[in-house]
Design a protein around this ligand. Structure first.
Ligand SMILES: Nc1nc(=O)c2c([nH]1)NC[C@@H]1CN(c3ccc(C(=O)N[C@@H](CCC(=O)O)C(=O)O)cc3)CN21
Ligand SMILES: CC(C)C(=O)C(=O)O
Ligand SMILES: [Mg+2]
Length: 264
C-alpha cells in the first residue's frame, strides 16, 4: 500500500479531503489504526497524561518519546508518523538538533514543536538539515503553567491576531503541517484558508484541513478527564476497529467535530 507522505497530505488539502489523525503509543494500536487507514499518527507527549497518569505533559523525556516512536514505527506500514518534541527538549537550537535527530532515528518522519515567533530560527535550521517539522499553536500544553490551566486560546482579538501572525511565520520558516489546539472555530477556519500547508485541528472546529484526537479519548478510556472537544467512539459500537473506522469516516465527511466539540 502507498505510504502517506507530506505530499499526500498537501494533496488532500488541495482536493478538500480531510486528514484523519490519532495519537498512538504502541505497535498493536498503531497496526490497528494503520489498517483502518488513518492518515497520520502522532506519538504525543500526551503519553505523560494517558499512559503515566500525570496531570500535565511536562515530565515526559526525549527517551520516553523515542521509545514509543520505535514501538509505533514497528506497527505502521502506511500512515505518516510524527513525534512530539517534549518540554524543554528544543529550548535551544542545538538541543533541538540533537533531540530531533533521536526521534528521526527512532522512526519518526516529522517532529512537532509547540510555539510561535521564538521558534522560527530553530525550525528553519531543522528543515535545512533535513528534518520535517510540524508546528503547534493555540493551547500549547507545555505552557500550561503560563496559561494558568488548559484554556481556550485566542478569544481576545489581540491574542487571536498573534496566533494568526505566528501561523504565517511558521509556514514561511518551513513547517509542512500545523496543529491548532483549542482555538475558536472562526480563527481556525481563517488560518486554514490562509495557509497553503494542511492545518490539523483539535478543539478547533470543523473547518480545519484535518482532525486529531488522543486515542484514549476517542475510546473514552482516559484516566484523568475527557476534554469537551473529544468524542467516545466506543460508546455505541463496542468494537475498537469499528470505533476507529467510524472516527475516520466522521472526520472525512465532516460529521466530527460538531458544534458541541468546538469553541466560539
Ligand atoms: N487525554 C488527553 N486528551 C487531550 O486532548 C490532551 C491530553 N490528554 N494531554 C495533552 C493535552 C492537554 N489537552 C487538554 C486538556 C484539557 C483541556 C480542557 O480541559 N479544556 C476545557 C476547556 C476550558 C476552556 O473553556 O477554556 C474543556 O472543557 O475541554 C483541553 C486540552 C489536550 N491534550
Ligand atoms: C493532542 C495532540 C495534538 C498532542 O500534541 C499530544 O497528543 O501530545
Ligand atoms: Mg503534544
Amino acid at each position: 500500500m502507498k505510504k502517506v507522505t507530506t505530499s499526500t497530505l498537501m494533496q488532500l488539502k488541495q482536493k478538500g479531503e480531510k486528514i484523519a489523525a490519532l495519537t498512538a503509543y504502541d505497535a498493536s494500536f498503531a497496526k490497528m489504526f494503520d489498517e483502518q487507514l488513518i492518515d497520520v499518527m502522532l506519538i504525543g507527549d500526551s503519553l505523560g497524561m494517558v499512559l503515566r497518569g500525570d496531570d500535565d505533559t511536562l515530565s515526559v523525556s526525549i527517551d520516553d518519546i523515542a521509545y514509543h516512536t520505535t514501538c509505533v514505527r514497528k506497527g505502521t506500514s502506511r500512515a505518516f508518523v510524527i513525534a512530539d518534541m517534549p518540554f524543554m527538549s528544543y529550548a535551544t537550537t542545538e538541543l533541538a538538533y540533537t533531540n530531533a535527530a533521536k526521534l528521526m532515528a527512532s522512526g519518526a518522519s516529522m517532529v512537532k514543536v509547540e510555539g510561535g515567533e521564538w521558534l522560527i530560527s530553530t525550525i528553519s535550521g531543522l528543515v535545512e538539515r533535513g528534518i520535517p517539522v510540524c508546528g503547534h499553536l493555540g493551547l500549547t500544553p507545555q505552557s500550561v503553567h503560563v496559561f494558568g490551566g488548559f484554556k481556550v486560546q485566542g478569544r481576545e482579538q489581540e491574542q487571536a491576531q498573534k496566533i494568526i501572525d505566528a501561523a504565517i511565520k511558521l509556514e514561511k520558516a518551513g513547517v509542512q503541517l500545523l496543529v491548532l489546539e483549542c482555538v475558536p472555530s472562526a480563527i481556525a477556519k481563517r488560518i486554514s484558508e490562509t495557509l497553503t500547508i494542511p492545518v490539523i485541528g483539535i478543539g478547533a472546529g470543523v473547518d480545519t484541513d484535518g482532525q486529531i484526537l488522543v486515542m484514549h479519548d476517542m475510546f473514552g478510556i482516559s484516566a484523568n478527564y475527557m476534554p469537551k472537544f473529544s468524542k467516545n467512539y466506543l460508546a455505541d459500537c463496542n468494537d475498537m476497529r469499528s470505533a476507529v473506522s467510524t472516527y475516520i469516516d466522521d472526520v472525512k465527511t465532516k460529521r466530527f467535530p460538531g458544534p458541541e466539540h468546538s469553541f466560539e
